[in-house]
Design a protein around this ligand. Structure first.
Ligand SMILES: Cc1cc2nc3c(=O)[nH]c(=O)nc-3n(C[C@H](O)[C@H](O)[C@H](O)COP(=O)(O)OP(=O)(O)OC[C@H]3O[C@@H](n4cnc5c(N)ncnc54)[C@H](O)[C@@H]3O)c2cc1C
Length: 454
């Protein structure tokens, strides 16, 4: 990385912090994968990340486990590598019964650091994308707020891995947010972890309720409740008692889910509280108000568990997520916009970069039917690129996808595989002087692709 050049921006001169072949904005679930893959395919690569951990929702957002795609052989090499590296760090992600990939956020952040360091990726932590410089159909530079102040990063190719399609929107790419029918984003959750839980006691209690939701026993254990679904969860009366006593609100008790965390005995990762949909993931003020509201919900829910749920008597809140759990915010409109039609048609594409059969899980809006065993749909490369900008790839949950289909394709292994493919495409295009938005994924020899459609 060189630090000599200056760039004219908004009437002032900004230092150019780096000039690289590939710049990835957002070092999260898909961005970390994109970075590793771009660098391994020969590009000098830089990641810009606003937090101080890679992994995004998986680490800063405390979201675990990797949900299964339900599609046969869907794990691409990067997903398999992360699982193997976690195992080497003594985190066994497989419970031997389900297809969940149980993770541990601190270990995952370490593993990503290690992978990217080995691949030679530069990471600019604690740095936030604020603007871009575009000339005709090309992004010339991104403007970043760093601890030194504003600075620029130049690159040949940019990858938008912000989750919120921020880089794309700054570049003028059309984008959509929320459900076409209601305008709502998917609800956000403010995840947290609790320690000091007596899991054996909790498991005994759940068995006394004849709760067969969780197919495994501690150390891999899950409890859940979703009142918007038709399922009668065995924990429902427990939460209704909390509403009746005034200890919980209806909103607190709408959705509850907790997973154990490998490597953290007596600890559970709470996939809740789920914020009411009036708090919007695509609006700054609303998002911020959701933080305060969600923190108060954490307080009530955790206190209620400590007071009343067997196994929680000595429990405590051990960690709060460093970002709200936004399931959906902004999505680009790219060369191919995927919709639920693709899900129900089990559509395959010649330029597919990943397959999945995870069901449509648009909390509160729609839960789709499962595909039959062995069936799946694919995500085409054209959903990662735009008509307007020639040197931009988009990865993760903000690719070109409808609200409803995003509720299926957004799970972590799928986002990781999409990122991996983008890194390969960026390198292939750069070496041949092709624009990434005109590249044909299936021109890349099968042996060099992370995924080949059958
Ligand atoms: C509450 C919740 C529960 C979920 N449960 C599961 C589950 O159990 N299993 C599963 O597989 N999936 C689950 N998901 C879905 C999955 O975790 C996400 O869809 C996926 O991780 C998104 O990956 P991404 O790369 O698109 O975004 P992220 O992982 O969110 O990465 C985006 C990154 O960009 C960075 N960033 C954003 N803006 C900027 C900026 N301006 N400058 C610099 N950096 C920036 C962020 O800090 C972050 O690191 C869940 C999601 C949520 C919200």
């Amino acid at each position: 990385m060189e630090k000599k050049e200056m760039l004219q921006y908004a009437g002032r001169e900004l230092p150019v912090l780096a000039c690289v072949e590939c710049c990835i904005v957002g070092g999260g679930t898909s961005g970390a994968a994109a970075a590793a893959s771009a660098a391994r395919n020969g590009l000098e690569t830089l990641v810009i990340e606003r937090g101080i951990a890679l992994g995004g929702m998986q680490t800063l957002g405390l979201v675990e486990p990797f949900m299964p795609t339900f599609a046969p052989d869907s794990d691409t090499p990067f997903v398999r590598e992360v699982k193997a590296r976690m195992r080497a760090e003594e985190i066994e992600m497989s419970d031997g019964v389900t297809d969940f990939g149980w993770t541990n956020p601190e270990t995952l952040a370490f593993v990503y650091d290690e992978i990217l360091a080995e691949a030679g990726v530069h990471v600019l932590y604690h740095s936030v994308l604020v603007d871009i410089v575009r000339q005709q159909d090309t992004i010339q530079a991104v403007i970043v707020q760093t601890i030194e102040g504003l600075a620029a990063v130049r690159a040949h190719t940019f990858i938008d891995a912000t989750g919120d399609a921020l880089l794309s929107r700054l570049a003028g790419i059309p984008a959509e947010a929320g459900y076409e029918k209601t305008g709502n984003n998917q609800p956000m959750s403010f995840r947290f972890e609790m320690g000091g839980i007596d899991l054996a006691k909790l498991c005994d209690y759940m068995q006394s309720l004849h709760d067969d939701w969780c197919k495994t026993k501690p150390p891999y254990f899950e409890i859940a409740l979703a009142r918007h679904r038709d399922i009668k969860y065995k924990l429902e009366p427990f939460f209704v008692r909390g509403i009746e006593s005034g200890e919980l609100t209806e909103e607190d008790a709408e959705y509850f889910q907790a997973f154990t965390i490998p490597g953290k005995p007596g600890c559970m990762s709470m996939n809740c509280p789920e914020l009411p949909v009036r708090f919007r993931a695509s609006e700054a003020v609303s998002y911020s108000e959701g933080v305060r509201y969600g923190r108060a919900m954490i307080r009530r829910v955790s206190r209620y568990l400590i007071r009343h749920l067997p196994g929680f008597a000595h429990a405590y809140v051990s960690r709060e997520a460093a970002m709200l759990g936004a399931r959906e915010s902004w999505r680009i409109v790219g060369k191919y916009r995927m919709t639920e039609e693709d899900y129900y048609a089990r559509r395959h594409f010649a330029d597919a970069v990943v397959r999945t059969a995870w069901y449509i899980d648009a909390h509160g809006e729609k839960v789709g039917e499962y595909l039959a065993a062995g069936e799946y749909y694919e995500v085409p490369y054209r959903s990662l690129v735009t008509r307007e900008v020639s040197n931009l790839l988009v990865v993760g949950r903000c690719i070109s996808v409808s609200f409803i289909l995003e509720a299926s394709m957004r799970i972590q292994p799928t986002c990781m595989s999409i990122g991996e493919a983008a890194g390969i495409a960026a390198a292939w295009a750069a070496k041949r002087g092709i624009a990434v938005n005109t590249l044909e994924w299936n021109d890349i020899p099968p042996g060099e692709r992370s995924y080949v459609s059958r």
